[in-house]
Every structure is written in C-alpha cells, then in structure tokens.
Design a protein around this ligand. Structure first.
Ligand code: S5P
Length: 465
C-alpha cells in the first residue's frame, strides 16, 4: 500500500478527525489521529504492518515492542511476520504478583525496535526508551504510523534516537486536499497550527481570533487580548443605582457584561443609554442573557421590540435551541453585527440536557457560525469540561457560568466549579455573578477572578506550543 492509499483508508475509517481536541499534553489541536480501530480492519492492519516492516528493513534489531494499547497488537503482528520475539511493558503499574516490568523473554543487551501509533512531541517516546534501557535493553529506532508533530524527529535525534514514520501530518493534509476531503479553512488552520508549534511563539487564542469567521467573535477575542481579561460579569442586580455603582468598580476588569434586563426595577430606556455609555467608557461588550427559546416568529419580536429592544444594544444573546435552528433564523435574519451563545449544557443540578442534545446544539452552532460565537457550557469537574471542550470546534468560544473561586453550590440548584478548573479544562471565558457582586470588596474580588482566570488561560495557551 502506498502513502496516499493509507491516508484515504484512515480517513475512511474515521481515524483522522478534524475539530478541536485537547491532547494529553494539554495542546489544543485542530485535528486528531485515532488509530485504535485499525485492529478491526484486518486487511488494513496487514498492509500497515507490511509498510512498517519495509520502513525498518535495513535497521538492526533483535526484538520488537509496541506501546500499549494501540501499538501492541500491531507490534505483535510485525513480530510474527519477522519471526522475532515480542516484549511489552504494562500501561498500568502492576501492584501485585511478581511485579515484572517488562513482559516477555529477553537477554540484557538486546536491540529492540519500538513501534507506536503516533508521535506528538516525542517526550513520551523518550520516557519509554529510558524505562526499557533501565532493564538493559538497547533502543536506537522508533517507527510510528503517523508523525503528527512538527519536530518530533528532530527532538528524538537530539536524544540519540532515530524516528521512522509511514506518513506525516503534512502528507495527510496534501492528500486530503488533493481529494477534496478537507475544506480550505481546515487546511489552513492545520498548517498554521503546525507552523506555530515550530516557532513556539503565538498563543492559541490569538490564532483562534484569526480563524473566527464571525466579526463579533473576533471582536471579543481581540478585546480579551487587549484587556487581558476573560472575565464576564453576570450582574443580576435589580436596583439601578447599585447596578451602576458595581459597574464603576469592576468595569475595567471585565471583557463583557452579562445582563438579565428583565430583572431591572423601574426600567425605562434611559437605563440602556447609560449602560451603553458604560460599555464604551470601560470598554466591555454587552451580552443579554435572555435565553430565547420559542418559535422563530415569537423570538423575532421578543428580540427586536417590546420595551427592551434587545437587538438594539446587546451584541450577544443566549439561545436555548430546544425549538431547533429556526430560532436562529427568527432572531438574526436581516440583522447584522449581532451574535449569540447557545446553551450546550447547564450548571443546575438535575437539568434535562443530555449528551445527545449537547452534541446536536454544537452541530447546529457549527452550521450557523455567522450568528453563533460559541457555547455556554458547564462541567462538574475538569474531566467533564474537557469532554465538552473536545466537542467544540475551534473559532467558537466556550463560556462557563457556575464558576466561583472554590467549588460549591447554592440553595436553588446552582453548582459551581472552581475558576482554575474551569479554565484549565477548556473554558475560554468565565461568567461570574454572586462570587463578585455579593462580596464586600467587589473591586478586589473582580481583580482576583480576572487575574486567576487570565493567568490560567495564558499559561494553557503557552503550553499549547
Ligand atoms: O447553565 C447556566 C447558564 C447560565 S447563562 N447556569 C447559569 O448560572 N447561567 C447564568 O449565569 C445565570 O442565569 C446567572 O445569571 C449566572 C450565574 O450567576 P452566579 O451568581 O451563580 O455566578
């Protein structure tokens, strides 16, 4: 099998995916290589093992190992075909029995070929080599199916190892482009991602801003950068005087203000005038959390008319997609420079949103990027947030409510995840209400939330390259 055919077959079995993925290293990647299912395609498996053998035919080695789980059955087949012994290490530390680290029979001083499915940074390859070397095994060569890194080969070479690969991410992009199996946008996104890694310079969210397709998403990203803040204040205060007095204290700290306009007492349109002035004075965007959820014709009127005329002043609104994509049409048809965040999951105990609903919301959002800037989502812990984040394509923001300095809950079903966990696991912005405005020193508290969230965000993005 040649490289091109291999790539097309891997694409066909969905082993090459495009989207937004958090890798083991914390890198947020626009593509993901998942070769686990290869074992279920015997002809493909056979061809891959032949290609691996061809790739290392002039190399000297006595035994073979495969890194569990994905590469172990592949290595077993290679070993069988070459009539060479197989050894392997446990993925999990063995805590009972004889505690043998390496399984299989070998003599000290043997040369071992290491097979793995993918190389990303090369760091885990070094760890594996070192653990085998401790057992008296000599490692010189690694062979992988996909080299998805920009400089893994160079990295291994510096440490004294040779890397061989069947295909690289560049090969994949070239072949998929030739066969029209990847959009221009994705192609560019992956190329920039690879380049950036080489330069180790740009932070992830700058890149996201370049790729966002929606001017308001871009505006928000750019304002985050400029203000160095990913804090959204949820100012659920009924009294107008208190509302603006808090805003005077925290306006400089926030990138966006989230309102529930229908809770404001004695509302008249002067409130909106003042609110708009504040947003210009302190440079934050306006986000009305109206959570539109009705049929297109109704939301259209709710958005544009009535006493609040939300469409006139709020750059962003929230949408419950329960009635389907027609809500978006009802809201935004004929309107420019307005966008939304879709509720993908919620922070309340016992809410009715399930995985399938979340997935569907994200799918619809993806198809309406001109009026959708991202998603409101929540996870009880970092794993849940990561799982959600993985589903969200790049160029869309994940805003997270239910955030406080520490994990917790309130008496009415709200649950909270900590700021650090939320951002570390994938939230682009945090939405904080009572954690700030109910505290004695609102200004200091807002600063603390802002610094904690932003520092975490920047550190994640830096580590991404
Ligand atoms: O799932 C959600 C979605 C939203 S938009 N959970 C939420 O709490 N929110 C909103 O975030 C909610 O309407 C409120 O305005 C804010 C959280 O406020 P806090 O005081 O609990 O931080």
């Amino acid at each position: 099998m040649n490289k091109e055919k291999l790539i097309l077959q891997l694409k066909e079995i969905d082993a090459i995916k495009f989207g937004s993925f958090i890798l083991k290293s914390g890198i947020i990647s626009p593509f993901y290589i998942d070769l686990r299912d290869i074992v279920s395609y015997p002809l493909l498996l056979d061809a891959i093992t032949d290609m691996l053998i061809e790739n290392v035919q002039d190399k000297e080695f006595d035994i073979i190992t495969g890194i569990p789980y994905t590469a172990l059955p592949i290595a077993a087949l290679v070993a069988y075909k070459l009539n060479k012994p197989l050894i392997y290490t446990r993925k999990e530390e063995k805590v009972y029995g004889i505690g043998k680290k390496v399984i299989g029979n070998f003599k000290k001083g043997v040369k071992c070929l290491v097979i793995d499915d993918v190389i990303t940074t090369g760091e885990s390859k070094i760890e594996i080599a070192q653990s085998l070397e401790k057992e008296g095994i000599i490692i010189t060569d690694f062979v992988v199916i996909v080299d998805r890194s920009a400089n893994g080969e160079k990295f291994l070479k510096e440490k004294g190892y040779q890397l061989h690969s069947l295909i690289t991410i560049q090969n994949i992009i070239t072949t998929l482009t030739e066969h029209n199996l990847i959009s221009k946008y994705k192609q560019k996104e992956v190329e920039v991602f690879i380049q950036n890694k080489q330069k180790e310079a740009k932070v992830g969210f700058l890149q996201q801003a370049d790729f966002s397709h929606n001017p308001l998403t871009k505006k928000l990203y750019n304002l985050m950068k400029e203000k160095e803040s990913n804090l959204i204040l949820s100012l659920d205060i009924e009294n107008q005087e208190d509302f603006f007095s808090i805003l005077d204290k925290v306006g400089n700290e926030i990138v966006m203000l989230k309102t529930h306009i229908d809770i404001i007492k004695c509302f008249n349109y002067d409130f909106i005038k003042k609110l708009t002035e504040y947003s210009l004075k302190y440079d934050f965007l306006l986000f009305e959390d109206r959570k539109f959820a009705d049929i297109g014709n109704t939301v259209r009127m709710q958005y544009r008319s009535g006493i609040y005329k939300i469409c006139d002043w709020a750059e962003f609104v929230t949408v419950h997609l329960i009635a389907g994509a027609s809500i978006l049409k009802g809201l935004f048809d004929g309107i420019s420079n307005r966008s939304s965040f879709l509720l993908a999951s919620m922070s309340t105990k016992g809410n009715l949103i399930n995985d399938a609903y979340t997935r569907k919301v994200i799918e619809i959002g993806k198809d309406h990027k001109e009026v959708v800037s991202g998603f409101i989502g929540f996870g009880q812990n970092e794993d849940e947030v990561r799982k959600l984040k993985r589903k969200i394509p790049s160029g869309f923001l994940l805003l997270m409510p239910g955030v406080k300095l520490e994990k917790g809950s309130d008496a009415l079903g709200q649950t909270y995840i900590s700021v650090k966990s939320a951002v570390r696991a994938g939230a682009d912005c945090i939405i904080v209400g009572r954690g700030i405005y109910q505290q004695r020193d609102t200004k200091e508290m807002a600063k603390l939330y802002r610094d904690t969230a932003w520092n975490e965000y920047v550190s994640i993005q830096r580590n991404a390259y």
